[in-house]
Design a protein around this ligand. Sequence first.
Ligand SMILES: *[C@@H]1O[C@H](CO)[C@@H](O)[C@H](O)[C@H]1NC(C)=O
Ligand SMILES: *[C@@H]1O[C@H](CO)[C@@H](O)[C@H](O)[C@H]1NC(C)=O
Ligand SMILES: *[C@@H]1O[C@H](CO)[C@@H](O)[C@H](O)[C@H]1NC(C)=O
Ligand SMILES: *[C@@H]1O[C@H](CO)[C@@H](O)[C@H](O)[C@H]1NC(C)=O
Ligand SMILES: *[C@@H]1O[C@H](CO)[C@@H](O)[C@H](O)[C@H]1NC(C)=O
Ligand SMILES: *[C@@H]1O[C@H](CO)[C@@H](O)[C@H](O)[C@H]1NC(C)=O
Ligand SMILES: *[C@@H]1O[C@H](CO)[C@@H](O)[C@H](O)[C@H]1NC(C)=O
Ligand SMILES: *[C@@H]1O[C@H](CO)[C@@H](O)[C@H](O)[C@H]1NC(C)=O
Length: 394
Amino acid sequence: MKLTMTITLLFFLTIFNFPFNHGVATTFARTSKPHVLVPSSIGGLLQQRGIRAAYWPSFTGYPASSIDTSYFSHIYYAFVLPSPTTYALDITSDDVEKLLGFANATSAWNPRAKTILSIGGGGGGALPGIFSQMASQVYSRANFINSTIKVARDYNFDGVDLDWEFPSNESDMSNLGLLFKEWREALEYEANITKQARLLLTSAVYYASNVSFDGGPRSYPIQAISQYVDWISPMCFDYHGSWENFTGLHSALYDPYTTLSTDFGIGSWIQAGVPPEKIVMGLPLYGPTWSLENPENNTVGAPTTGTGPGSGLLVYSQVVDFNKENNATIVFDNTRISYYSYAGDSWVSFDDIGSIKHKVRYARTRALGGYFFWALGQDLDWAISKTASKAWLT
Ligand SMILES: *[C@@H]1O[C@H](CO)[C@@H](O)[C@H](O)[C@H]1NC(C)=O
Ligand SMILES: *[C@@H]1O[C@H](CO)[C@@H](O)[C@H](O)[C@H]1NC(C)=O
Ligand SMILES: *[C@@H]1O[C@H](CO)[C@@H](O)[C@H](O)[C@H]1NC(C)=O
Ligand SMILES: *[C@@H]1O[C@H](CO)[C@@H](O)[C@H](O)[C@H]1NC(C)=O
Ligand SMILES: *[C@@H]1O[C@H](CO)[C@@H](O)[C@H](O)[C@H]1NC(C)=O
Ligand SMILES: *[C@@H]1O[C@H](CO)[C@@H](O)[C@H](O)[C@H]1NC(C)=O
Ligand SMILES: *[C@@H]1O[C@H](CO)[C@@H](O)[C@H](O)[C@H]1NC(C)=O
Ligand SMILES: *[C@@H]1O[C@H](CO)[C@@H](O)[C@H](O)[C@H]1NC(C)=O
């Protein structure tokens, strides 16, 4: 398999002299007709079976060959990073090994879920600034775009995904719009000249269409998203965490008192003008934990003193173990549509079968494109993945 990949790589270097440069990019910009880019018919076709996606973290050791693809239509490879100097993807030898292993695993999948190469990821650090720089100039955007296509084709992906957490001001947001436009045009062009199916273009985004933390208020480029991106994936989680000194549900569908809810976030995207079928709703397979200040005070909003089990985070399978081992009290919050549990001074926010089913039905009712999970390897015997897939398809 390694040999085949090397040959594919050489093949690309030899024949795929992709003439994407500044001059060509501006030509695309002048001659392309946005109205023939069929933004919503693709979404319309996908809608029938839904985008039932999940991210595969390449860094946890969970094998891609273990993914049961009967529950998923799309699997994201997370993540690769751009170089801080050239803005081309920086594919290290470690990345090469993981990408080859992933490509190999996918060839044995049945059914063969589509795969999308995700670029970026959370965690802050230098990455948001590198994306900001990359997106700010036409040549660095071109270099980045060109390299994403090359890497995606070399490793047999069906699409590319941007996970920029997060654009920090209005100029980042408008540059992001230019990036989406030029990226989509390059993908169309490459598909034309190589006579292959066009690579998908998707992006993980903040749960709501406006962002106001860490800087001034700024709005995502709705026009460019609607026109050039196949779908966006709002990250409908992390509303609360152990950085706060009170308990909270980190992925509440509704919230009676604040705008920190999935319903608010999804509503903001629709209200801003993104076609619902281009919205793929985030679902968590993990939850934050706290230590209660007073074990007797264990409701949502109760005072806390710090992180709980798992240093502040448990994945779903660990939540199930925690609840069992500690005979925890499990509460379904039927206003917010999410679960919490507590035992002694430990408090955990999580989603389970009931809330996942409710959220997927919500996504259906709002005619969204689908849902995605963060992340593979965190479920318990596919219980949540199976629930979601069934709730979508029936
Ligand atoms: C794009 O990539 C090809 C190789 O795949 C390379 O020959 C070309 O110079 C690149 N163009 C830019 C603008 O980076
Ligand atoms: C490729 O996948 C097969 C199973 O599909 C596995 O046995 C083999 O070890 C894999 N090779 C690599 C290099 O990952
Ligand atoms: C926007 O944010 C980026 C990244 O932090 C920064 O480099 C840039 O100077 C900012 N632009 C404006 C106009 O504030
Ligand atoms: C791709 O090909 C179609 C039909 O051949 C053409 O109409 C379209 O303009 C091409 N798009 C690009 C970006 O080259
Ligand atoms: C929680 O933190 C806020 C500010 O971060 C502070 O004003 C408040 O007093 C704290 N509450 C408790 C119970 O420690
Ligand atoms: C987002 O910001 C825009 C521009 O300021 C504003 O028109 C819109 O109402 C805001 N949307 C929400 C949901 O707050
Ligand atoms: C629980 O904590 C909240 C918030 O500090 C407080 O308002 C409430 O009175 C406490 N309830 C009990 C039973 O201690
Ligand atoms: C588990 O907790 C329930 C109350 O939530 C209690 O009735 C039961 O005795 C507990 N069982 C054990 C084994 O601690």
